[in-house]
Write a protein that binds this ligand. Structure first.
Ligand code: OGA
Ligand code: NI
Length: 333
């Protein structure tokens, strides 16, 4: 094993935290969050029959924020509640039961239980443990990374995956129409029905110094879009116009992030959002992002209908797997 889980570190961190979790002053949330003004991330009602209005709202949010929340999205609240219940129960198992799902050190795959995703600048660590596994399409699922305990883990996750398609299709349709493309063209550019849904559970234990540490440092998601549900502990922050703002959770909303691939296909019209996550002094934060991604071998680039002499491509076309490799290894794009 040899890896220290943050959940264990948190158990013996009563007043202070190990030095490697203390962020530089450029990153410490207490010093870098805009206080007093709560800039609200747009909230969009997906059930509104006026589709043009929904498209306008999504275009506006995706161009200016790269992030929005959707309500009346069609995923039953009970389905979301059950997804969260089993994920939380997994992280509350004793360590040896969780370690059975640990990512093996040399593994190429991202799937499994783990603690450190990538090397970070200045060797700082993030106050979080995670579990990654794919939930769609069925042919891509590795059940070895799905907890067998609690017993309803599988059923509840399958149910969530099944209900996601409606939201995903609606979002891609609106994003596509908003670029002047046909309704299906954005989804097709991402691999159509071969898109992969990768679930991550972030488990951020209580932290005695939430002013100094970060759960997840600033990043943009590599995915096409990310659809996230949080537990009831606030902590997600979005960067807008070079300032960090708390994202206020709306009960039962899904939080949508525009990822790098949508920014690329839109040739920069939509922006992938720079975001990060804080931790909490009294409560464990948990979040369930699903990264909706192109299949690894699909080449993604600015949509041909959006580029011409006046609008040259702003991004190189690349296989999605290659894009991820370059970003994780910080090699030039
Ligand atoms: C992520 C992420 C934010 C959160 O895992 O990519 O941005 O609120 N998480 O957990
Ligand atoms: Ni993210």
């Amino acid at each position: 094993m040899g890896v220290e889980r943050v959940q264990e570190i948190a158990n013996f961190s009563k007043e202070t935290i190990p030095e490697e979790f203390i962020r530089t002053t450029y990153e410490q949330p207490a010093l870098t969050t805009v206080q007093g003004t709560v800039l609200e991330v747009p909230v969009i009602d997906l059930s509104d029959p006026d589709e043009e209005k929904v498209v306008r709202a999504i275009v506006d949010a995706s161009s200016n924020w790269g992030m929005f929340q959707v309500v009346n999205h069609g995923i039953p609240h009970e389905t979301v509640r059950k997804l969260k219940e089993v994920g939380k129960a997994f992280f509350e198992l004793p360590p040896h039961e969780k370690e059975a799902y640990a990512k093996s050190p040399g593994s190429q795959s991202i799937e499994g239980y783990g603690t450190k995703l990538q090397r970070e600048v200045e060797g700082k660590k993030a106050w979080v443990d995670h579990l990654f596994h794919k939930i769609w399409p069925p042919s891509e699922i590795n059940y070895q990374f799905w907890p067998k305990n609690p017993p309803s883990y599988r059923k509840n996750n399958e149910e969530y995956a099944k209900h996601m398609h409606g939201v995903v299709d609606k979002l891609f349709r609106c994003l596509s129409l908003g670029l002047g493309l046909d309704g299906n063209e954005m989804k097709e550019a991402m691999g159509g029905d071969n898109m992969v849904y990768l679930l991550k559970i972030n488990y951020y234990p209580r932290c005695p110094r939430p002013d100094l540490a970060l759960g997840v440092p600033a990043h943009t998601d590599m995915s096409a879009i990310t659809i996230l549900v949080p537990n009831d502990v606030q902590g997600l922050q979005a960067c807008k116009d070079d300032h960090w703002y708390d994202v206020e959770y709306i009960p039962n909303a899904l939080i949508v992030h525009i990822g790098d691939q949508v920014e690329i296909v839109s040739n920069g019209k939509y922006k992938s959002v720079l975001h990060r996550a804080k931790v909490n002094k009294e409560k464990t934060r948990i979040s369930w992002p699903v990264f909706v991604e192109p299949p690894p071998d699909l080449e993604v680039g600015p949509h041909p209908k959006l580029v011409n002499e006046a609008n040259p491509p702003k991004f190189e076309s690349k296989k999605y797997s290659q894009y991820c490799f370059c970003k994780l290894n910080k090699t030039p794009k």
